[in-house]
Ligand binder design. Sequence first.
Ligand code: UGA
Length: 429
Amino acid sequence: MTVTFVGHGYVGLVTAAVFADFGNTVYVVGHTEEKIEKLKKGIIPIYEPGLEELVKKNVTAKRLIFTLDFKESVSKSDIVFIAVGTPPTKTGDADLSTVLQVAEQIAQNIKGYTVVATKSTVPTGTNKKVRRILEEYKPKGTEVDYASVPEFLREGSAISDTVHPDRIVIGTESKRAQDLLVKFHSPINAPLVLTNFDTAELIKYAANSFLAMKISYANSIAKLSELLGADALKVLEGIGADKRIGNMFLSPGPGYGGSCFPKDVKALISIAKDNDYSFSLLEDVENINQQAKRDIVRKARRMLGDLRGKKIGILGLAYKANTDDMRDAPAIDIINLLQNDGAKITAYDPKAVENASQIFKNVTYAKDAYSVTDDADLLIVLTEWNEFVELDFSVIKRRMKNPNVIDGRNLYPAEKLRKAGFNYIGIGR
Ligand code: UGA
């Protein structure tokens, strides 16, 4: 099949590369010449394991074609996916301006019968606006059907999530569009959830908000465990073994971040409000997430007292491991709060330093994980990078001024570090 993806962020680029690898001809449309020229050379703007190789392989095989031209791509395509960003507005709603603008450009360039499918996360009801635009701008004699095909890939494991998803959701009212989309996804072995537009759009927000809720629940259990002297990790292991609950997304930490959970929880609260429903459960999910970040700072104050002039080393800046993404990373709020208290911050992250340096002022970046600990009064771990797991704490103890550790991801054996003379605090233990 020939298809087009409009947008080359995580969703657009990864999905396009995977489906090109399945043997389709895939166009990826962008709007910045410089970025498209780089992509043509296989230079990708994000860090995602395996993506550069996959893009290069399929560009060389001429199955993956980057372009600025809607006409060249859309007119040849059976399916056109909208995969552009929907960043939050000031009020927490999703900003749909780019989605609606590209819908118009797509409509003007379709030829024959085309399915236009949204992959971007858009509020329930957006399909009506997109469909209106498609019908209004499509050339005479052409036919267009619309579908919502939400994406569930995670950064850091995006390729494997796309090839082995837990389900494929296809929302459309057209049998012809449904059949075409089912055929397109046929190389993937996953259950199909076939439904209408509105339901498909809501599934995406409901899934992300539910996962965010699990994390806030784990963070609340961690908080309570600290107050009761219980071990949160055992509590969560104990509940996660129940198949009805499941053990994934129950790791307490410094709060969820990234470009999806914070935005999508806010958006679902806002969608509910617009429909006269107060989704108070999700308001708590958000508040607990803010508390999780403040709690790290509270622990630092408890360990060091006055933070003025104290040297704090931060291990990990990205919102999670295996990505260079700093969007809504817990490190942002945490470092800002520590700096407001007068702490001096040195940080290290294997991939996110370039993005972080555009956000933080007065942060010193260390060349490796050990250098972060030099003369530090406190070490705080914020991202669960594998390379942090194997650090030699006897070396760290010699390099630190005071052996204080806040393990924001519960990476280390608490008792072992305490025995080695560290003042160690994890999350919920
Ligand atoms: C999330 C969803 O997991 C994807 O299914 C979805 O497609 C994507 O959003 C999206 O909407 O595009 P992502 O944001 O890439 O994916 O990353 P996650 O692995 O879900 O992690 C999100 C945040 O939750 C991270 O800050 C992570 O550290 C945190 N987290 C995750 C925890 O604190 N504890 C956990 O147990 C799991």
